[in-house]
Write a protein that binds this ligand. Structure first.
Ligand SMILES: [Mg+2]
Length: 239
């Protein structure tokens, strides 16, 4: 075989970095900017695509869900992050082992890696650039929260985009993420997953959601590497 054997797709929030409420703050600013009034209902972000979150916010605030309204809020959100990009490091941190793990897979010729994230493309880039991680992933094989509202559909986008490298079969695609939404995306799309319990979900939560491979965090690189290759070889749904 020539070329990489695995396509590894990283979730960002609470998998690579922890942003401690920064996303909610950006939504508050963006909503005010877009609609001239305060966000009055708390936003639940964890693992949901931005298009999905935006649809719910519009509904909760009795704003008709048109493409225009959705785009207005998405653009305002991207602008808020762009304006505040220099505040991001003060409000967030790279999670233990994330840099080393990204570097490892970036340097392994058997692996090609990108991101699969609920964030808008521009916001995902701002977040990884803030910590010097952006050059370690291939943005052209990645998928984002503005590609589709359904996280499972993002897997299709990433696989199609990676098609110019070679066609990765579902068992050659490994997602790494921290929420049941990541588990859902992998299971629905039929690809593999290593879950990381660095978000709100415990190991047990992630197992109950259907994850077979779960690590506490990314700090044990050998353990992560083992799980990534094992889950790809074994298949996510056979356990
Ligand atoms: Mg996450």
């Amino acid at each position: 075989m020539t070329g990489p054997e695995l396509l590894v797709l990283w979730d960002i929030d609470n998998t690579l970095i922890s942003a401690r409420g920064f996303g909610k703050l950006m939504y508050r600013e963006a909503f005010l900017q877009a609609f001239g009034r305060e966000l009055s209902v708390p936003v639940d972000l964890g693992g949901r695509t931005e298009l999905d979150v935006i649809a719910e916010i519009l509904k909760q605030h009795d704003i008709e869900h048109t493409d225009e309204a959705s785009q207005l809020l998405a653009t305002a959100l991207a602008n808020s992050f762009e304006t505040r990009r220099h505040d991001l490091p003060g409000h967030s941190e790279v999670l233990p082992g994330a840099l080393e793990a990204l570097r490892h897979f970036a340097n392994d010729p058997r692996v090609h890696q990108g991101v699969l994230t609920a964030n808008l493309r521009s916001v995902a880039k701002i977040k990884l650039e803030a910590f010097g991680l952006a050059d370690l992933v291939d943005w052209d094989v990645s998928a984002f929260g503005d590609d589709h509202a359904d996280r499972a559909e993002l897997v299709r986008f990433a696989r199609e985009r990676a098609g110019h490298i070679r066609p990765f079969t579902p068992d050659e695609v490994v997602l790494i993420g921290d929420t049941p939404h990541d588990v859902y995306a992998a299971t629905t799309a039929g690809v593999r997953l290593v879950a990381v319990a660095t978000g709100r979900s415990s190991r047990q939560d992630l197992h109950e959601a259907g994850a077979t491979a779960v690590v506490d965090d990314l700090s044990d690189l050998d353990e992560l590497i083992r799980h990534v290759w094992k889950t790809a070889a074994r298949g996510n749904r056979s356990a």
